[in-house]
Design a protein around this ligand. Sequence first.
Ligand SMILES: Nc1ncnc2c1ncn2[C@@H]1O[C@H](COP(=O)(O)OP(=O)(O)OP(=O)(O)O)[C@@H](O)[C@H]1O
Ligand SMILES: [Mg+2]
Length: 271
Amino acid sequence: MKVVAIANQKGGVGKTTTAVNLSSALARRGQRTLLIDLDPQANATSGLGVDPDDATDGSIYDVLLGATTLDSKIQPTQHEGLSIIPAEMNLAGVEIELARMEDHLLILQDILRKAKKRAKFDFCILDTPPSLGVLMTSALSAADEVLVPLQCEWFGLEGLSKILHVIEQIRDSGVNPRLKIEGILMTMYDGRTNLSRKVVQEVKNYFPEWLYRSVIPRTIRLGEAPSHGKTIFEWDPNGTGSEAYDAAAKEFLRRHKLKALPVRAAGKLSG
Ligand SMILES: Nc1ncnc2c1ncn2[C@@H]1O[C@H](COP(=O)(O)OP(=O)(O)OP(=O)(O)O)[C@@H](O)[C@H]1O
Ligand SMILES: [Mg+2]
């Protein structure tokens, strides 16, 4: 099991949209995927149609505090191959409790290391909150790789240098010396503006090996889907958003030297 944190300390850049739709795309392409929602906002949880208010007994909260096992909180979703551990609002309180504990940055790392041995999943995707709090740093400490979603806006570039700096700090601290940058995925791309093109070009100039060739367009459909508890593959199966996240998942799999299996469900994307 590879642990991939979707992280960018900047808010509203498409982390959750990427976590939900990439997880779903990977599951559709044959990877057993676990999505862990580490954000008290619980947007990935509700985006996958799980009510965070009902998740109180089933969230990652007790796992982090050592009260229960990770496996006991894994819920299947309506998508074959995709499971979730939901978040809940109380998760905000965990930050404070965790911060009091010794070696708190190693807690999630330790939990996921044990989960790796059980080999139930191929990928574990972590959706992280937009701050540099304990939950976010725990995620970076526990991850093998970070995927950074970057909004196609000028301030997105400033955010990028910050997150790269944080990743370096995590490595240098010795907590997770092998943390790798998996890639940078450009989100909310608007082909009608020069700005979007310029920002992508800038990232390409500086970080060509990290930049995903797939770019996620700004589409109303991607914004709508979570309010219906649906992934883009259900909400707009033939639209540009589905196409883009499926292409990104294929690229992700190529980077991991894995094959994308054809999608089985009739009428959906294939090939
Ligand atoms: N490609 C897109 N096109 C249109 N709307 C999008 C796109 N990606 C995300 N959105 C919308 O933009 C908003 C922010 O996206 P999202 O929640 O994924 O960002 P985030 O980085 O997880 O935010 P936060 O930092 O608060 O966790 C949401 O309302 C989402 O539905
Ligand atoms: Mg989010």
